[in-house]
Design a protein around this ligand. Structure first.
Ligand SMILES: Cc1cc2nc3c(=O)[nH]c(=O)nc-3n(C[C@H](O)[C@H](O)[C@H](O)COP(=O)(O)O)c2cc1C
Length: 208
């Protein structure tokens, strides 16, 4: 049974553009996989602490030597990694915040990038342990950062996510950008702003 992990990170709930895109993606995915399972991870409501010295100490303690307190510290990270391992496919809703990813998504990344769990070293070189996964990133931004535009160099969302997920072994990735959501402030309809991104999502399912 195919398993899709949906990860949203916008704080804006029903007003969020990226959440509207993940909802569209999930709806299409469910049509394609009527028996599939969708697991939702909402980072706006998942309370994640920044990594601490104690947490880092636990990460580098061999499993057999972990104290009960250390096990407790790693429990959330273990649960989040288990969600990634169980899924075949991931879809992320990502609002651009200050040219990068929202802080809640960074807190999540700090929990799931773990030596021996999601990456390892073989002969001194890193290898990703999340293999045979596919990821789609639906990115909403107030401005437009398309390739060839003056703003493109300020888009740190896509290069960063490509780097982190590539490091973890997730190289089958797609990025769909909904740029220009700030046009909503000038009266442009949401659906008009989102149409190119919605069309790209539909095309993914028509093509596959
Ligand atoms: C804290 C914050 C920082 C933002 N930084 C940027 C930015 O650097 N560049 C940009 O184009 N838009 C920026 N925006 C606008 C958002 O990218 C835009 O509203 C987008 O639609 C957010 O996605 P969402 O609607 O799913 O929350 C920012 C918005 C917020 C709330």
């Amino acid at each position: 049974m195919p398993n899709l992990l949906q990860i949203d990170s916008s704080p804006l709930g029903g007003d969020s553009f990226s959440r509207q895109l993940t909802a569209e993606y999930v709806q299409r995915w469910q049509q394609r996989h009527p028996n599939g399972k969708v697991v939702k991870r909402d980072l706006a409501t998942t309370k994640l602490a920044p990594v601490s010295a104690e947490w880092i100490g636990a990460v580098y303690t061999p499993e057999a030597n972990l104290s009960p307190g250390q096990r407790e510290l790693l429990a959330t990270s273990n649960d989040l990694i288990a969600e990634l391992q169980a899924a075949d496919e991931y879809v992320f809703g990502v609002p651009m915040h200050n040219f990068s990813i929202p802080s809640v998504l960074k807190l999540w990344i700090d929990q799931i990038v773990r030596i021996g769990q999601t990456f390892a070293y073989a002969n001194g070189a890193p290898i990703g342990l999340l293999v045979n996964k596919k990821a789609t990133f639906l990115v909403a931004s107030g401005g437009v950062y398309d390739e060839g535009t003056p703003m493109a160099a300020l888009n740190f969302v896509e290069p960063y996510l490509r780097a982190v997920f590539g490091f973890l072994g997730v190289t089958d990735t797609r990025f769909i950008h909904a740029g220009g959501t700030a046009k909503r402030l000038y009266g442009v309809e949401r659906e008009i702003i989102l149409e190119p991104a919605l069309a790209s999502i539909r095309a993914q399912f028509q093509a596959a």
